[in-house]
Design a protein around this ligand. Structure first.
Ligand code: PMV
Length: 307
């Protein structure tokens, strides 16, 4: 008999509204849970000594989880299972997701949160689930802020500061968010390292950029709570410029941001690690015009309302 798993678990995707990169250094960020996340289903394998398998067709994942595996997702999942005192053999885990992977929408945190919930069950406390998820997230990059895992586990709109309890934010008006995948893969670890190297090279110049991003987050939260979408849009544009100063944007993302503004967005910024991944635009009065401006990129439109 291998250690039991619960039959089903799920977790949210996430989008960072404001504050990426600066959040690694202790400044606040605000992020929203996405209804698109992952559902994991577990069933016992015919022989409990067989390795655990993980298949997520939407993410091209078809893995065996065993100690010799060098696939980062397999290693992350093994870390989560070890953290939770979960099984080492005997299960087939299948995932379904409408979230693109490796696009900065929290796919890895959703996976590790849902996996922890397969072990702990539906009544597990959010803090325990987040701690287990972080054991896996550290495989992907050495210093995760914890934001992704928190939002994947909790959903809603959250103000997050590393090491502090998150605060739920209630939007005064629904946030019309348009998430546009660039289709360009990127590595969070590389992007965090780029930002760190710029900070170490020019600390007196770059530290104020991080502080300004933190200030944009606080102003953004005020705008979200008061339903002031025009100010929030301006803050998106400011944040995109500041992230460019941290060396984490790219010509493709800069072009996409300009195109989104030209198509009526109130503002646009990269979201997540940058240099690829997704653009986040705050739609204006005609969201259809905005999504139609990126026909080949399959934008995701979500209205984030008070939970
Ligand atoms: O992995 P992504 O694209 O969601 O980016 C993570 C956000 C960072 O602030 C760059 C890193 C972190 O751990 O918060």
């Amino acid at each position: 008999m291998s250690i039991p798993l619960h039959p089903r678990a799920e977790a949210h995707g996430k989008v960072i509204v404001l504050g990426e990169h600066a959040v690694v250094y202790g400044y606040p960020a605000v992020a929203a849970g996405l209804p698109q996340g992952i559902v994991l289903e577990a069933r016992p394998r015919p022989d409990p000594r067989l390795p655990i398998t993980l298949t997520v067709p939407a993410w091209d994942l078809d893995l065996e989880l065993h100690a010799g595996s060098d696939h980062p997702v397999a290693r992350a999942c093994l870390e989560v299972l070890a953290h939770c005192d979960g099984p080492v053999t005997g299960w087939a885990i299948h995932g379904t997701s409408a979230l693109p992977s490796r696009a900065g929408l929290g796919s890895s945190a959703a996976l590790t949160v849902a996996l922890a919930r397969l072990v702990f069950g539906p009544d597990a406390g959010v803090d325990d689930v987040v701690a287990a998820s972080l054991a896996g997230e550290r495989v992907f990059h050495g210093e995760p802020s914890g934001l992704d895992s928190r939002v994947a586990a909790q959903g809603g709109v959250l103000r997050y500061v590393r090491g502090e309890p998150p605060r739920s934010i209630n939007p005064g008006a629904p946030l019309p968010l348009c998430i546009i995948p660039s289709g360009i893969p990127r590595s969070t670890a590389d992007q965090v390292a780029r930002c760190r190297s710029r900070l170490e090279h020019l600390p007196s110049v770059v530290r104020p950029v991080l502080i300004a991003i933190g200030q944009a987050v606080e102003s953004g939260i005020h705008a979200i709570e008061h339903g002031d979408l025009d100010t929030l849009g301006v803050l998106f544009d400011v944040a995109h410029g500041l992230l460019g100063a941290l060396d984490v944007s790219s010509p493709a993302l800069d072009r996409m941001a300009a195109d989104a503004r030209a198509a009526g967005a109130r503002g646009a910024k990269l979201t997540g690690a940058g240099c690829g991944g997704c653009l986040l635009a705050l739609a204006g009065d005609a969201p259809d015009r905005l999504t139609a401006a990126f026909p080949s990129l399959r934008p995701l439109f979500v209205e984030v309302a008070a939970s």
